[in-house]
Design a protein around this ligand. Structure first.
Ligand SMILES: Nc1ncnc2c1ncn2[C@@H]1O[C@H](COP(=O)(O)OP(=O)(O)OP(=O)(O)O)[C@@H](O)[C@H]1O
Ligand SMILES: [Mg+2]
Length: 350
């Protein structure tokens, strides 16, 4: 009873703790924070200088003793303390400007499928330490399916492919559970790296990470385009050390990305192979839903459709699907508790 009252007045929060971006959903208000998962730390003092947007601006531009780092690498927490600080910062930001007598929030956190028990515990502890009253964990793929309004609790095959920054999460969901899944540590970041390697190998040109990402978004493609695209690629000449600019087009970048893209496509195929036939029939009818920033790569849907022979739909607003899913869970935790990750320690979701 007391818990119910608390639930009504506290600002319950859903968090998509992404490798590239952290989104925070507040019950009744929608997505209120959408900032890079970046933290700038002074290595000499250990002091945190900036988090989120402010810290991202510092990437690649900091003096040696300041590091602008991402506390999550390949979808997994690499620095527990910094992640906790980042979560605390975002949770406090939501609570700022309201009366401090508000009860601490219940928090739903999206986690990558396939993370270990130790890592789950780390996310739970970080969220509790950051000020949560209760923590619920949900696999990102499940949250994505819920955000895409798929009927995850029915006896039906639902398939989602979430190509994020650090991981590509592929999952088939039925009756509130994940029936088949695969997580690859190949996604948006790897595509940026592919472009950096391509520039260096082909043109002896050194690119920054941000430049590589800009090129990917400007002309990147997984499938041959009808209208060719071009963009300048600016970097430092490996030989002379001076700035250099080269014009490149979509077909060059497509080639540079093709190996990684193929690995994601193959993982989708393998997941389908591991799915019971009845559910495969459902997916053939209903299609595969793509979410995450990587699903915006031109022609990715077309390539996947050709390779899997399944209809593909890119979710509207694919960068916020997981966060919206955590929001839907918050609206009715009771109804959706079977989809949450059971916690083998501490408080079990009731
Ligand atoms: N138009 C676009 N074309 C290609 N890639 C894009 C586009 N827009 C964003 N991206 C890429 O999407 C990735 C970020 O996606 P998203 O926000 O879904 O990841 P994340 O949730 O933070 O990561 P993860 O789920 O792996 O933890 C980045 O690598 C970014 O470069
Ligand atoms: Mg994500």
């Amino acid at each position: 009873m007391f818990k119910k009252v608390l639930g009504k007045i506290s600002k319950d929060i859903g968090i998509d703790l992404g490798t590239a971006t952290t989104l925070v959903y507040v019950k009744g208000r929608g997505i209120v924070i959408n900032e890079p998962s970046v933290v700038a730390v002074n290595q000499k003092t250990g002091q945190i200088l900036a988090i989120g947007n402010e810290a991202k601006k510092m990437v690649g531009r900091t003096p040696a003793h300041i590091s602008a780092t991402r506390p999550l690498v390949e979808g997994v927490i690499s620095d527990f303390e910094v992640t906790e600080q980042m979560l605390r910062y975002f949770i406090n930001k939501v609570h700022k400007g309201t009366f401090s007598i508000l009860p601490r929030p219940r928090v739903v956190v999206g986690i990558p499928s396939g993370i270990t028990e130790v890592e789950k515990k780390a996310v739970q502890d970080a969220t509790m330490n950051a000020g949560a009253r209760e923590v619920y964990l949900v696999e990102e793929a499940m949250s994505a399916a819920i955000g895409a309004r798929l009927p995850v609790q029915e006896a039906l095959g639902n398939m989602v492919v979430d190509v994020g920054g650090g991981t590509a999460d592929i999952a088939v969901i039925s009756l509130g559970g994940i029936v088949a899944s695969k997580t690859l540590r190949i996604a948006g970041d790897k595509l940026n790296e592919d472009i950096i390697n391509f520039a260096q190998d082909e043109f002896k040109l050194i690119l920054g990470e941000k430049t590589a990402e800009d090129i990917k978004i400007a002309v990147g493609a997984a499938y041959e385009l009808e209208e060719p695209l071009e963009t300048p690629m600016r970097g430092r000449d490996l030989v002379t050390g001076l700035p250099k600019e080269i014009i490149i087009d979509d077909s060059q970048i497509r080639k540079a990305l093709s190996r990684s893209v193929k690995m994601i496509v193959d993982a989708v195929k393998e997941t389908i192979e591991n799915t019971p036939p009845e559910l495969v029939a459902d997916i053939m009818n209903r299609g595969i839903i793509m979410v995450g920033g990587g699903s915006l790569l031109r022609g990715f849907d077309k390539l996947l459709e050709e390779e899997t022979k399944m209809p593909i739909k890119v979710e509207e607003d694919p960068l916020t699907t997981v966060a919206r899913g955590t929001g839907i869970i918050l609206e009715d935790v009771e109804k959706l508790k079977e989809v949450l990750v059971p916690l083998d320690y501490g408080e079990v979701p009731k």
